[in-house]
Design a protein around this ligand. Structure first.
Ligand SMILES: NC(=O)c1ccc[n+]([C@@H]2O[C@H](COP(=O)([O-])OP(=O)(O)OC[C@H]3O[C@@H](n4cnc5c(N)ncnc54)[C@H](O)[C@@H]3O)[C@@H](O)[C@H]2O)c1
Length: 386
């Protein structure tokens, strides 16, 4: 495996996860900042380091690569990886414009390489259990959901990020909508098991002065899925409390999950309410084995039927979401399986972002798929390389 971009997410997530796996070997790393590349190679034991991804693809003989560079570079690096026959994980957002995103999908398809988008939220245990419970019908028909991810600029920017690309809209193409929003859009789309039909929303800078950034720090988007369900996406980069929450309302129950932070009103990372009539013996495994506390289940044993109530659930922490994501991608390469988060998923998420930008201009719902390239405000797309 190789990694392009040895910045914060590579250090936190990808490099430790790859180097932990027995079935993988970290062959090369690449960063345009030679010091970063050199330091990452030394720390994580990569055999070689490069400052140009093309040189790495030409000389390192990789099976797979993780692209963890600023958003504007994803398209050209991923297309080059595909041309070199290398399987690719691209960090979210897959790209900035819809055309860039579909270029990546097309290039990987033409080259016959696997493409996965780094939407790690799908690999949190509670989100995977939620997906399973929904498809098992535990909350009936999912009709309405909302997801939020609020995280102040300073949290990541001042303490974790290696560069200031997020603040520069010419490079990042946005913030609340395509940085944190990328996770929420992906998670809600996956859990709703449908494609977004249309979107409308607001994404703009509301809190920070323009001298700090021109990027949007507030995004509120409403989407309607092809199956008729509706959802809202809410993200900001100004409220100091980190806050992530997903609420999924079905005709026969509701599920709440929280990953990055548990809110005071929601003291468990996952909670399920189901209207279904279960006995202790027929409860789904997640509800019977991971509910907490155990005490009230004693009453259920006496009554035989499980009373209807909120069930707090505490999923195990390990292995973490990134480790599971890496394990999955390696399994896809080794055993020729399709990745959980496909390129099409990533491109459709970018379409939702671009539709939101367009709806800011028109004040109306925007249908997907888009029929023209939408370039977010201030974004300066680099020339497209073949
Ligand atoms: N999944 C997540 O939760 C998550 C979290 C953080 C970042 N990300 C995504 O990962 C990507 C990187 O973000 P980050 O926070 O790690 O950024 P960062 O600023 O910490 O690091 C970026 C690194 O990429 C290098 N770089 C820039 N252009 C390059 C190029 N053309 N070739 C090689 N190296 C290059 C920089 O020198 C730097 O070392 C972004 O797309 C971001 O949205 C995802």
């Amino acid at each position: 495996m190789g990694v392009v971009g040895c910045g914060s997410i590579a250090e936190i997530a990808h490099l430790p996860s790859i180097t932990k796996r027995k079935e993988a070997r970290l062959v090369a790393v690449c960063d345009r900042d030679e010091e970063q590349a050199n330091a990452a190679a030394a720390k994580w034991g990569a055999e070689r380091h490069f400052t140009d991804h093309r040189a790495m693809f030409d000389h390192a003989n990789l099976d797979g690569v993780v692209i963890a560079t600023p958003n504007n570079s994803h398209r050209n690096i991923a297309v080059a990886a595909a041309a070199a026959g290398v399987h690719v994980v691209v960090e979210k957002p897959l790209a900035v414009t819809n055309t860039e995103a579909w270029d990546i999908v097309g290039a990987c398809k033409d080259a016959g390489v696997k493409l996965m988008v780094g939407c790690d939220r799908r690999f949190w245990t509670h989100n995977q259990w939620t997906k399973q419970l929904i498809s098992d019908g535990i909350i009936g028909k999912l009709l309405m959901s909302r997801g939020s991810l609020h995280e102040h600029w300073y949290n990541y920017q001042n303490h974790v990020a290696r560069t200031e690309f997020r603040l520069d809209c010419k490079v990042s193409g946005g913030a609340a909508l395509n940085d944190t929003g990328a996770h929420v859009i992906d998670l809600l789309t996956w859990l709703n098991d449908s494609k977004v039909k249309r979107a409308v929303g607001v994404a703009r800078r509301m809190a920070m002065p323009e001298s700090y950034t021109q990027c949007d720090d507030t995004a509120l988007v409403m989407v309607e899925f092809e199956n008729g369900a509706v959802a809202t996406v809410s993200c900001n980069r100004f409220s100091p409390a980190v806050n992530q929450m997903t609420e999924l309302c079905g005709t026969e129950g509701t599920i709440f999950t929280a990953t990055d932070a548990t809110n005071p009103f929601q003291s468990w990372p996952m909670a399920v309410y189901t209207n279904k009539d279960f006995t202790v013996d027929t409860l789904p495994e997640v509800l019977s084995d991971y509910r907490w506390p155990e005490l009230f289940w004693v009453e259920d044993i006496i009554d035989e039927h499980v009373r209807k109530r909120w069930v707090p659930i505490c999923p195990p922490r390990r292995p973490n979401n990134y480790e599971r994501m890496t394990e999955h991608f390696l399994d896809c390469i080794i055993n020729d399986k399709p990745p959980l988060i496909t390129g099409e998923d990533g491109a459709r998420a970018v379409e939702v972002m671009c539709a939101t930008w367009k709806s800011m201009e028109t004040g109306a719902w925007v249908d997907l798929p888009l029929t023209e390239e939408v370039t977010p405000p201030y974004y300066e797309p680099p020339p497209k390389e073949a």
